[in-house]
Every structure is written in C-alpha cells, then in structure tokens.
Ligand binder design. Structure first.
Ligand code: NAG
Ligand code: NAG
Ligand code: NAG
Length: 213
C-alpha cells in the first residue's frame, strides 16, 4: 500500500493533470455536514501506458488512493511499468514544493464530524506533498474535492470563489499539516486525532476529518 501510493504520487508528479470536475456534474450537498458544501469528484488524467506520458490518456476519478487502483485494474501491470520507470528516472523525481507561504486567515477545529487518526492524515499529507502539479477546482462557493481518503482519514480542499481556482498540491498539504498540528486531540487511549478547517485569504480551504472511504 505504501509503495503503491508512493508510486502514484511520483507518477503524477511527472505526468499527471489533476482537477476537480465542475460543481454541476455531481452534487452531494451537505455530505460533509458543512452547510452549503458540494463534494465534487477529483479527476486524474493518467497515460494508459505508464511509460508513454504523451500517449492516450485515461480519466479516473476519486481520491489519490482510488486513482491508482483504477489504473492498475484497467491496465494490469501499469503500476509495475511505472515503478520500473521510476528507477531510471530517480533524479527527475518531483521536488518537494516549497510551501507557498500563504498564511491562513482563520481556522476552525470545531467542525462537524469526527476527528481522524493523525497518523493516517500524516500519510495523506506525505502523498500530497509528493505531487508537483496543481489542483484545479471548479467555481464555488463550497466546491470541495476529496483528494485523499484512506483508513477513514479524509483530506478535502474547497474553493469558495465564484471562479475556477488552482492551487499547488504543496499548499493543500500545508493546510492538512496546519490542522494536523493545530487541531489535534487525543482519544481515551492516547491516540492522536485531528479534525478542522483552515481558510486561506484567496478564498479556499482545507478540511480534515474522519470519513468512511
Ligand atoms: C468521472 O467523473 C466524470 C464527471 O462526473 C464522469 O463524467 C466520468 O464518467 C467519470 N469517470 C469515471 C471513470 O468514473
Ligand atoms: C542528479 O542531478 C544532479 C544535477 O543535475 C547531479 O549533480 C547528481 O549527481 C544527480 N544524481 C544522480 C543520482 O544521478
Ligand atoms: C499552527 O498555528 C500557528 C498559529 O496560527 C501557525 O503559526 C503554525 O504554522 C501552525 N502550524 C502548522 C504546522 O501549520
């Protein structure tokens, strides 16, 4: 699992185009328990042949974890081909994005829903950090894409602007990390948990919380 996700992130870093579909395509109003929010699917455009970035592209939907599973199901060996390529291409691996130093405007640790495992959120953040591209999200307000969800730990990013918004994956990772650090609690067993929403001046935000994946 870990190596699978590591590979998809690196792969996307090289070839991926990632965006959220327009809000009109799929509405799950209120699915997050946040009034007025729509959850839109994230679409990933990945080459059918992992070693041919300019070849035919395939669109898969879902979280980063689901995207690679779909590619591997539709194109057996896709993952392995990609992995082999990675080894010859290690020096081209995505640079870790410098945080674009966007200061949060506000944050709220008291959002609806349960807190997620800090450990699992941390894993999601690590994957997002490995992506070098940008994420697009259709016009809001309250247009949210679930970019990562594994082991019931979800990370969303939401566009509150009335126009399409593009941010760097590193910025979404930063938002997740902000919540991870600043909205943490411990359950009765002493296990670290976190949930919250952090809002940026450019009218977008990152939401972390527990969710079934
Ligand atoms: C992905 O989502 C888009 C928009 O909702 C839809 O048109 C498309 O059929 C979906 N593709 C897959 C592979 O699920
Ligand atoms: C990676 O590239 C840098 C600069 O282009 C070079 O100095 C370095 O030796 C390379 N590393 C490997 C492992 O090839
Ligand atoms: C936690 O919040 C403080 C104060 O708002 C902020 O300076 C810090 O960067 C946050 N931590 C992370 C990891 O984002």
């Amino acid at each position: 699992m870990l190596s699978t996700v590591t590979c998809i992130t690196a792969f996307l870093a090289l070839f991926g185009i990632v965006y959220s579909a327009p809000a009109s395509t799929n509405h799950f109003a209120g699915a997050m328990g946040l009034a007025g929010y729509n959850i839109v699917p994230i679409q990933w455009e990945l080459p059918a042949k992992a070693d041919d970035p300019n070849g035919k592209k395939v669109t898969v939907n879902g979280t980063i974890q689901e995207a690679i599973a779909q590619m591997d199901a539709g194109y057996p060996g896709w993952h392995r081909t990609f992995e082999a390529q990675l080894h010859t291409d290690t020096n081209n691996s995505a640079p870790i994005l410098a945080a674009a130093a966007e200061e949060p405007e506000s944050y709220d640790c008291d959002i609806d829903g349960d807190a997620a495992s800090q450990y699992r959120i941390g894993q999601g953040i690590t994957y997002l950090r490995g992506l070098s591209g940008t994420a697009k999200n259709g016009p809001g307000p309250g247009n949210c894409g679930r970019v990562s969800c594994a082991y019931n730990a979800a990370i969303y990013w939401c566009n509150e602007n009335g126009f399409e918004k593009e941010v760097q994956w590193g910025q979404i990772a930063d938002g997740g990390e902000f919540v991870y650090h600043n909205c943490s609690t411990q359950d009765w067993q002493g296990v670290g948990k976190a949930k919250g929403q952090v809002n940026y001046k450019d009218k977008w935000n990152v939401v972390v919380r527990s969710e079934s994946c």
